[in-house]
Design a binder for this molecule. Structure first.
Ligand SMILES: NC(=O)c1ccc[n+]([C@@H]2O[C@H](COP(=O)([O-])OP(=O)(O)OC[C@H]3O[C@@H](n4cnc5c(N)ncnc54)[C@H](O)[C@@H]3O)[C@@H](O)[C@H]2O)c1
Length: 251
């Protein structure tokens, strides 16, 4: 058991498999990469902050770190190519790169709107587009895209982030249909409030609002759900949105 009480039995679910994890230098991406490798796989830890990615990959056997801006098509293409060259295959993809910004709509500049959509929605599109042929070549695979309960519930001053996350759910459903014939599954994970660097300024050490379980999730609790979706344990899941929110959407 880890500190959050989540089982960390090394089941070997990912033996022989490679994960391409964006946002892998921090928070949910790092936590998922760690669990994926603990269960026998290898990870390409991909992040805008290459040093952060390297620090995570240094502790993960057989894994590599790559600097990459997911909103830049060439940068994404290079990272996918290098992963394929160095690790030989890609079976699983996690789109976890992102950031959050709270701004009232009247103060939301077009630049800020575009930048947020570029990282979350366009970045998810570009990574899926570049990895799909590699997954098809491997005979199938699993893509997990991070949305948020912000796609399902309105919160003040979160319009651009919520729009991007809603777009990720719709895009992923479309991709699931297009990729199904080649045994590629595509699912969305929609967490509630998780204790990561992204939310440190939002919640500090405080309680998450609006959840039945009135606490922040630990990253490992979301990584276990991500690894379920990445693994064959979720073989009948595709085009689904898995909500892991401590009950926030019930209230
Ligand atoms: N933490 C939460 O409460 C929460 C809740 C719901 C959804 N999410 C989503 O989960 C994902 C991960 O969030 P987190 O809390 O782990 O955040 P985090 O800040 O801990 O990690 C995000 C990582 O993404 C990287 N990144 C940012 N822009 C990038 C870009 N253009 N290209 C490549 N990498 C980039 C950052 O450098 C950082 O290392 C995000 O999509 C976030 O919206 C988080």
């Amino acid at each position: 058991m880890d500190s959050a009480g989540v089982s960390t039995d090394l089941t070997g679910r990912f033996a022989g498999k490679v994960l391409f994890a964006t946002g892998g230098g921090s928070g949910l991406g790092a936590s998922t990469a760690r669990r994926f490798v603990a269960e026998g796989g290898q990870a390409a830890v991909v992040d805008l902050d290459a040093a952060r990615a390297q620090a995570v990959a240094d502790d993960l056997d057989g894994s590599i770190a790559l600097g990459c801006d997911v909103s830049d098509e060439r940068s994404v293409g290079d990272a996918v190519r290098e992963t394929h060259e160095r690790l030989g295959r890609i079976d699983c993809v996690l789109n976890s790169a992102g950031y959050v910004k709270f701004t009232p709509i009247e103060e939301l500049s077009l630049d800020e709107w575009n930048a947020l959509l570029a990282v979350h929605l366009t970045g998810t599109f570009l990574v899926c587009k570049a990895t799909l042929p590699v997954l098809r070549a491997a005979g199938g695979g699993s893509i997990v895209n991070l949305a948020s309960v912000a796609a399902l519930l309105a919160r003040p001053n979160l319009a651009a982030y919520a729009a991007a996350k809603g777009g990720i759910i719709s895009f992923s459903r479309q991709l699931a249909v297009d990729a199904a014939a080649d045994n590629v599954r595509v699912n969305v994970l929609a967490p509630g409030s998780v204790r990561t660097p992204m939310t440190a300024d939002v919640y500090g050490e405080g309680q998450a609002p609006h959840a039945i379980q009135a606490r922040l999730a630990e990253p490992e609790e979301i990584a276990s759900a991500a690894c379920f979706l990445l693994s064959d344990d979720s073989s009948f899941f595709t085009a689904a949105t898995l909500v892991a929110d401590g009950g926030a959407t019930a209230l």
